[in-house]
Design a protein around this ligand. Structure first.
Ligand SMILES: Nc1ncnc2c1ncn2[C@@H]1O[C@H](COP(=O)(O)OP(=O)(O)O)[C@@H](O)[C@H]1O
Ligand SMILES: [Mg+2]
Length: 299
C-alpha cells in the first residue's frame, strides 16, 4: 500500500482495510507494507504472496507487477502486461475496438500537433490525459472555446498525447470482476451527472444503487449485457484476479466501456467489495477470493 502516485492516500485506506480483513480470517500472517518509492525493496523477505493495494502510477501500470514477476512473488490482480494496457486509455481503446467491445468514439492529439477544433455536432466531448486516474486530467468540453485549454492541460499532464472522446450522455455504471466472474452491476448516480474527483472522494451526494434493485424492468436486460461486455473487456485486455470495468450507458440503452481499473479501490465505500458483499461474501471473503488468484508471470 501507499506508493508514489496521486492516489497514495486512497491506497493507504485500501491497504489498511485489506490487511485488517485478511488478519480477521485467522489464516494468514499479514505484513502490512507501505511503499515510499517505486520499488519493492520494503517488502519483507520470504512472503508467499503480495496483495497489491496500490492505486495509480507504478503500483497499477505494470511496474510493481514486473518487479514481483522478476522476484518470483505471486501477486493479486492482473499481470504486468494487462496492468500496463489498462492504465493507458488509448492502448485500452485500441484493443477494445479490435475486439469489438463498445467504447466511445475517439481520436488522439499528439503534443505539437495543431488540432482542428471539434465541430459543434461533436460537442460536448471529453478530453483526457490518457495515463492518469481518479478523474485527474478529465475535462468535459461543452464549447469549442473550452477545447484548447482542456487539451493543453492534458498534454501538460501526459507530455505526449491527449485522448479526445465522444461524450456519452445517459447513465454511469460499473461492473467488478473477480476470477473472471462478473459481480452485480452498480449504477453511479452523481449529483450533476459527472463523476469527477470531488464526486469520487469528497461528495456524500453520489448514490450507488445496484441495477438489480431498479424498478425499471429493462434494467435486468441491461445488467446482463453489462456483465457480458465487462467479461469481454476483461478477456480482451487479458486480466486475471480482479478488475473493475467502468461504463457509460447511452439513453438508448447501449453500454460503452470507458476504462478498466486493475487495482480498484478497497476503502469502506469502494464498489468492488460492495458488489462482492452483495453476492453473499464478507469484505474479508472478497479479499480472500482475490488473494486465492494471486500469480506471477515467469520470464
Ligand atoms: N466519454 C465520456 N462520456 C461521458 N462521461 C465521461 C466520459 N469519459 C469520462 N466521463 C466521466 O468522467 C469520469 C472519469 O473518467 P474515466 O475515463 O473513468 O477516468 P478516470 O481514470 O479518471 O476514472 C467518468 O466516471 C465519467 O463520469
Ligand atoms: Mg474511471
Amino acid at each position: 500500500m501507499g506508493g508514489t502516485s496521486s492516489e497514495r492516500e486512497v491506497s493507504l485506506a485500501s491497504g489498511a482495510n485489506v490487511a485488517k480483513a485478511l488478519e480477521s480470517l485467522g489464516k494468514f500472517e499479514v505484513l502490512p507494507t507501505i511503499l515510499d518509492s517505486d520499488s519493492i525493496d520494503a517488502l519483507p523477505e520470504n512472503v508467499d504472496a503480495a496483495y497489491i493495494a496500490l492505486h495509480g502510477g507504478w503500483g497499477e501500470n505494470g511496474g510493481v507487477q514486473s518487479a514481483l514477476d522478476a522476484a518470483g512473488i505471486p501477486y493479486t490482480g492482473p499481470g504486468a502486461a494487462a496492468s500496463r494496457i489498462a492504465m493507458d486509455k488509448i492502448e485500452t481503446k485500441r484493443i477494445l475496438d479490435s475486439a469489438g467491445v463498445p467504447t466511445p468514439p475517439w481520436r488522439t492529439v499528439a503534443i505539437g500537433e495543431k488540432p482542428a477544433l471539434p465541430p459543434d455536432e461533436a460537442l460536448p466531448c471529453v478530453v483526457k490525459a490518457p495515463r492518469d486516474g481518479s478523474s485527474v486530467g478529465v475535462h468535459l468540453v461543452n464549447t469549442s472555446a473550452e477545447f484548447i485549454p482542456a487539451l493543453e492541460d492534458c498534454l501538460r499532464i501526459d507530455g505526449r498525447e491527449a485522448l479526445v472522446e465522444a461524450y456519452i450522455p445517459g447513465r454511469e455504471t460499473t461492473v467488478g470482476i473477480i476470477a473472471g466472474e462478473p459481480l452485480p452491476a452498480i449504477e453511479i448516480i452523481a449529483k450533476g451527472g459527472w463523476y469527477g474527483y470531488e464526486e469520487k472522494y469528497n461528495s456524500s451526494e453520489t448514490a450507488y444503487p445496484f441495477l438489480a434493485d431498479s424498478a425499471d424492468p429493462a434494467d435486468k436486460a441491461l445488467e446482463k449485457r453489462l456483465k457480458e461486455i465487462a467479461a469481454e473487456a476483461w478477456r480482451a485486455i487479458g486480466c486475471r484476479g480482479v478488475a473493475r470495468v467502468d461504463f457509460r450507458v447511452a439513453p438508448d440503452g447501449s453500454p460503452f466501456v470507458l476504462e478498466l481499473n486493475t487495482s480498484p479501490g478497497f476503502t469502506s465505500h469502494s464498489l468492488v467489495p460492495k458488489a462482492g458483499i452483495c453476492t453473499g461474501l464478507t469484505f474479508a471473503g472478497v479479499c480472500e477470493r482475490i488473494l486465492a488468484e494471486a500469480a506471477f508471470d515467469r520470464r
